[in-house]
Ligand binder design. Structure first.
Ligand code: AMP
Length: 196
C-alpha cells in the first residue's frame, strides 16, 4: 500500500478518516497530535515543551517535530504503508518527510485533502470540546489554530499538487461521513490497483 498523508483544517476529520482507513486496509498510523498528547500525559520533557505550544494553538517548531516523526516512523511497521495524520503542517516539514522517506527507499504516496467549510469546522470542534474535553478545543485556541492553519499549513496543499499526489474530497459534495469514506476508499483502491 502507498503511504497516505491525510491533510485538512482542525476539525476536518483527519482522525476519523484515518481510523476508517486503518480498519479497512490495515495500514500503520502516526498521529503527531496523539503522540504529543501522549507525551504530555506522561509528563515527559518533550510533553512539557509541547504543552506550551498546543495550549496557545501554535505549531511545535519544525526541527523538533521532524525528529519526533522520524523516531516514530522507524519504530513502526511500514510494510503495509503508513498514514501520516497531522504531519506535515509546514513546507519544511513536507520537504523533510520526503527526504526522510527517500533515505529509506520509500515515497510520499498519496495525499488526501479534506475540504470542509469554516462553519461546520467550528461546530464540530466546539462539540468535540464537550465530548472529549481536549484542552485546545476552546473558542480562543480554535481561532488561533485556524489562523495558523491558513497561514502556515494551507499553502502546503499546492506543494502536494505540484508533487502530483493531491486527492481532494469535499464535504459539500460527499455530504455525509459515509459518503466521504466511500469516496476515499475508492480512490485508495484505485491508486493501489485494488479491485473493489
Ligand atoms: P492535532 O491533534 O493534529 O490537531 O494537533 C494538536 C496540536 O499539536 C496542534 O495544534 C499543534 O500545536 C501540535 N502539532 C501536531 N502536529 C504538529 C506538527 N506536524 N507540527 C507542529 N505542531 C504540531
Amino acid at each position: 500500500m502507498k503511504n497516505i498523508i491525510i491533510f485538512g483544517a482542525p476539525g476536518s476529520g483527519k482522525g476519523t478518516y484515518s481510523a476508517a482507513i486503518v480498519e479497512r486496509f490495515g495500514m500503520g498510523h502516526i498521529s503527531t497530535g496523539d503522540v504529543l498528547r501522549g507525551e504530555i500525559k506522561q509528563g515527559t520533557e518533550l510533553g512539557k515543551i509541547a504543552k506550551d505550544y498546543i495550549d496557545k494553538g501554535q505549531l511545535i517548531p519544525d526541527q523538533l517535530m521532524i525528529d519526533i516523526l522520524a523516531l516514530h516512523y522507524d519504530s513502526h511497521p511500514t510494510e503495509k504503508g503508513v498514514i501520516f495524520d497531522g504531519f506535515p503542517r509546514t513546507i519544511p516539514q513536507a520537504e523533510a518527510l520526503k527526504q526522510m522517506l527517500a533515505q529509506r527507499g520509500h515515497d510520499l504516496g498519496m495525499m488526501i485533502e479534506l475540504v470542509v467549510d469554516q462553519d461546520t469546522l467550528m461546530k464540530r470542534l466546539l462539540r468535540r470540546a464537550v465530548e472529549e474535553g481536549r484542552a485546545d478545543d476552546n473558542e480562543e485556541t480554535i481561532r488561533k489554530r485556524f489562523e495558523v492553519y491558513h497561514s502556515q499549513t494551507e499553502p502546503l496543499s499546492l506543494w502536494f499538487a505540484a508533487q502530483g499526489i493531491r486527492h481532494t474530497f469535499d464535504w459539500s459534495i460527499c455530504k455525509t461521513k459515509e459518503g466521504m469514506i466511500e469516496a476515499i476508499f475508492r480512490e485508495i483502491e484505485r491508486e493501489n490497483g485494488i479491485k473493489s
